[in-house]
Design a binder for this molecule. Sequence first.
Ligand SMILES: [Zn+2]
Length: 135
Amino acid sequence: MSPFTTPGLARFAEEVDAERARQLARFGDQRHPDGTGNVGQQEYAESARRWCQDAFGCGYGTWADVLDKKVAEAKAERDPARLRAELIQVSAVCAAWVSDLDRRPAAPACQCLPASPAAPRIYCDACLAAGVSPS
Ligand SMILES: [Zn+2]
């Protein structure tokens, strides 16, 4: 029985566990100073917060905006307990983003022609549908 209640989180946690094992094998147990909480980082967090709010306010918010805001907020924290809480939030946003990616239908394979950069490109239906087209 999985200890996770959020759909998709068990798979995410298993993959994070596997990645952590690879990191530990490659780099060993890392200990570093936090390097967070300076004025520039706090100012950037405020600007990332405003950017994210404006982007979602206009209906154009993205996962990149959300993650950038959460990472910026973590990097703005000097207090270890608050930094820890922010890092957990960063992880939760990563889990949500991965969950969204995992539930998207597979994109059709690109069949653009030709592969040579010398000739003009003929765009395939998949790329045209995805908005990749000559401009
Ligand atoms: Zn294509």
